[in-house]
Design a protein. Structure first.
Length: 185
């Protein structure tokens, strides 16, 4: 009983950042910058946050500039390499893909890091996250081409590398230490 009443209270709380962001999107989409449009946008934003409440995300990490730079550089590199490979395959004489669906068990235990990892994997052409399981921190990826005998294992390792780079960019010192203890040698 206690749990449902706390959920009800959470549902009706004001999520000012979400309301503000949704209001800005509303005003930009309508293209009118009048007081009425802002107030209507705020009202609708509040209704959206009450109807579709998001769970609070607890973030105790810290931004690491060098790790963030490595994450951005690796993501840009992955985007370029993957796009180039898919373009070559698309304009080649013969398209010979070996698609696969693989399971990747993540080593971090935070929702935020799981979501960031899934998003970064999905923006790179050639792979997309088709399912994410919160209970056991597992991502299921669809690969356009898992060519070669080591293709699946290579893709799994790339996904784990993305997770490692995410944690090195934004995790707390304790979370990073725990992650490194779980990492295979």
């Amino acid at each position: 009983m206690k749990r449902s009443s706390s959920r009800r209270r959470l549902r009706w709380r004001l999520q000012w950042r979400a309301i503000l962001a949704l209001t800005v999107i509303w005003v930009i989409l309508w293209g009118n910058y009048s007081l009425v449009d802002v107030l209507v946008g705020m009202l609708l934003s509040w209704l959206v946050t009450v109807t579709f409440p998001l769970p609070p995300i607890r973030y105790h990490g810290r931004l690491r500039p060098l790790g963030l730079l490595r994450l951005v550089a690796a993501t840009v590199r992955d985007l370029a390499v993957s796009s180039w490979r898919l373009a070559l395959a698309a304009f080649g004489r013969q398209i010979d893909f070996q698609p696969a669906v693989i399971r990747v068990r993540l080593r971090s235990n935070q929702d935020l890091y799981q979501v960031e990892t899934a998003e970064l994997i999905s923006i790179v052409p050639g792979s997309i996250v088709i399912d994410a399981r919160r209970a056991n921190r597992t991502l299921y990826l669809h690969l356009v081409d898992a060519a070669g005998p080591d293709g699946v294992e290579h893709a799994r390792q790339q996904a784990l590398d993305v997770e490692r780079r995410v944690l090195e960019a934004v995790a707390s010192t304790e979370e990073l230490a725990e992650f490194r203890r779980k990492e295979p040698r």
